[in-house]
Design a binder for this molecule. Structure first.
Ligand code: PRT
Length: 115
């Protein structure tokens, strides 16, 4: 377990590095290696299952249970990033780009798609 000072969003960067390092690890000794060896569809399926488990807790109003489920969602999202070649820095940059723009404004500025 990391010391308190290291418990913040940077844990996601560290987790990404660990999962990336598991690409060449024996699937018998690493859950990440096992998932990565099973391919994109399985990885996406696991992410979807974890997301559904998380939303079930949200809808039921079980906020404490949502903590563990949220950690599962983030872990499986990171495995999906590693599989897809997406880096946390790219996602952080996209979030930073959106900072200060209201979602309502952004939606209103979209060019309507012709049907
Ligand atoms: N954060 C996690 C994490 N969250 C959940 N899990 C594992 O995800 C698995 C989910 O179990 P499920 O039964 O839902 O999934 P499954 O075994 O794939 O089963 P099927 O769907 O195939 O039937 C469990 O084995 C959990 O332990 C995680 N495994 C690893 N990590 C992190 O990843 C690091 C590297 O782990 P390894 O790759 O295992 O070395 C660890 O140090 C942790 O920091």
């Amino acid at each position: 377990m990391a010391p308190d000072s290291a418990i913040d969003a940077s844990v996601l960067d560290r987790l990404f590095d660990v999962v990336t390092s598991r690409r060449d690890t024996d699937p018998a000794i690493s859950h990440s290696a096992r998932l990565l060896s099973r391919g994109t569809r399985k990885i996406a399926q696991k992410f979807g299952e974890e997301a559904v488990e998380c939303l079930i807790e949200a809808v039921a109003g079980r906020s404490h249970e949502m903590i563990g489920e949220s950690a599962d969602v983030l872990y499986h999202l990171i495995v999906m990033w590693v599989d897809a070649g997406v880096t946390p820095a790219e996602v952080w940059a996209e979030l930073a780009r959106r900072e200060g723009t209201s979602g309502i404004e952004e939606k209103a500025s979209r060019v309507p798609v012709k049907s």
